[in-house]
Design a protein around this ligand. Structure first.
Ligand SMILES: [Zn+2]
Length: 459
């Protein structure tokens, strides 16, 4: 039987403090890891055995997961698409994406819509594995169990306008209806956690200086996130048979509230933040640079430092991109008029590595970075039997990462469709040399190209 044997001087398993030598045997027929051995074991060349040596300069990591991306196909394929989005993923070592239900037309709010999306993805092909979130909108509660049965990983909803009319936000009654429909299923409900319960708290009337980031920032204060959080906590208490998740947390003032709820015994609440909240600060955003605009907004440096501490302390469960692109036309103009969304698909490993991957006291052990980008997300979406580690029986999805290399990020390095990102011009540490899915190389970092652009499966 055809085999691939990967011999690595440095292999990093989620949660481990240091890389260690390891030998991985991959069954190429099934694409799964057949064996993992500690240390470099002598191997002889045998027929039918391919050997891949990962040298001392590089580190072998499990394939990464990004649970929060907007691929927008069908319907807004000029914003992104299955092909370009999954290509950007593998270029950054991400081997599994979970696509958000909105910004595509139709949104993933019915089984028929889910099938339409899958059909489209199947037609154009995808470079990495792909799963789908469903959506909760007013009036679709009768679809939710069907969507779950068809394999969606959970359901996203908005407590404030989403920005697209085909995905309206829910009120408490809609949410109650949805939770009642899902009760007992252990389903995961994701919240865009901003709630404008008293419109006076956000300074929306101040439209002076729309070119300044501070004007936009004032219109989305942390109070919106805190108000949403208190509603979510109420629901999490009321529905212990469901799981509740806060997507893209930006306001660090929510962290003690979340921690307190957990200390009081709440076990069905998780929270993610995004690369941009951990790496960018509002003070540094130049006028009219709308590629930095997203909701909730990037806040100040004090907030950023507190979020980083939330990651170190383990209050924040994992980190995602929330890659939410659009066309250049929609990013034109000022901070109040431009579309909100940051594009960073595939840059996450380099971003976290640059921010937290050194050897200083404030840095994280390498294995924890892998945990945030991989194992925890696999568990969250229930694919940890196949994904999120280098272990016997899992898919042989892995990455060869060069931690000592650095990139001055240029627009031409971006592999997603619309090449706008706040990170262009910045220096990023580390680079992805190669990405493998089910034992086959799909990305060659030295040439900057995909080798097997239709390798992805649905997951
Ligand atoms: Zn999003």
């Amino acid at each position: 039987m055809a085999q691939l044997v990967v011999v690595a001087e440095n292999a990093l398993l989620p949660g481990e403090t240091h890389p260690r030598p390891a030998k991985l045997t991959v069954d190429l027929e099934s694409g799964r890891i057949r064996n993992v051995q500690d240390g470099i074991v002598d191997i002889e060349d045998k027929d039918g055995v391919e050997i891949l040596r990962v040298t001392d300069e590089d580190v072998l990591l499990p394939g990464l997961i990004d649970c929060h991306v907007h691929l927008n196909q069908p319907g807004r394929t000029d914003w992104e698409g299955f092909q370009t989005g999954t290509l950007a993923a593998i270029s950054g070592g991400v081997t599994t994406l979970i696509d958000m239900p909105l910004n595509s037309i139709p949104p993933t709010t019915t089984v028929a819509h889910l099938n339409e999306k899958r059909e489209e993805a199947r037609r154009v092909g995808m470079s990495c594995d792909l799963g789908f979130w469903g959506g909760i909108i007013p009036g679709n509660s009768s679809e939710l169990r069907g969507l779950l049965k068809e394999g969606v990983k959970g359901f996203k909803c908005f407590l404030i306008e989403s920005g697209v009319e085909e995905f309206p936000c829910v009120g408490e009654e809609d949410l109650l209806e949805a939770c009642n429909a899902l009760e007992g299923t252990n389903a995961l409900i994701l919240f865009h956690a901003e709630l404008d319960s008293s419109p006076s708290q956000s300074d929306t009337n101040s439209c002076e200086h729309p070119e300044r980031y501070s004007t936009f920032l004032r219109s989305r204060p942390p109070a919106l996130e805190l108000d949403a959080l208190s509603l979510i906590l109420r629901f999490a208490k009321q529905f212990p048979s469901l799981r509740f998740h806060i997507v893209h947390l930006s306001a660090s003032s929510a962290l003690p509230v979340i921690q307190h709820a957990r200390e009081e015994g709440m076990q069905n609440l998780t929270v993610e933040t995004c690369f941009h909240y951990l790496t960018l600060s509002s003070e540094d955003i130049p006028e009219n640079r709308t590629e930095y605009k997203c909701c909730p907004p990037i806040r100040d440096e004090v907030n950023r430092q507190a979020l980083l501490q939330g990651v170190r302390d383990g209050i924040i469960d994992f980190v995602v991109s929330d890659h939410s692109p659009c066309t250049p036309e929609l990013k034109k103009g000022d901070f109040l008029s431009a579309w909100g969304g940051v594009s960073s698909l595939g840059l996450g490993l380099q971003l976290l590595w640059t921010e937290l991957g050194g050897q200083g006291q404030q840095d994280l052990p390498w294995g924890r970075i892998v945990d945030l980008l991989c194992a925890r997300q696999a568990k969250q979406v229930g694919i940890d039997d196949r994904k999120g580690g280098l272990a016997i029986g899992k898919d042989a999805d892995f990455v060869i990462f060069s931690p000592k290399q650095a990139t001055h990020l240029e627009q031409s390095h971006l592999n997603f469709k619309n090449k706008m990102s706040p990170y262009v011009g910045k220096r990023l540490n580390g680079s992805v040399k190669a990405t493998y899915i089910r034992g086959q190389q799909v990305w060659d970092g030295s040439q900057g190209k995909a080798l097997d652009p239709k390798r992805g499966h649905f997951i």
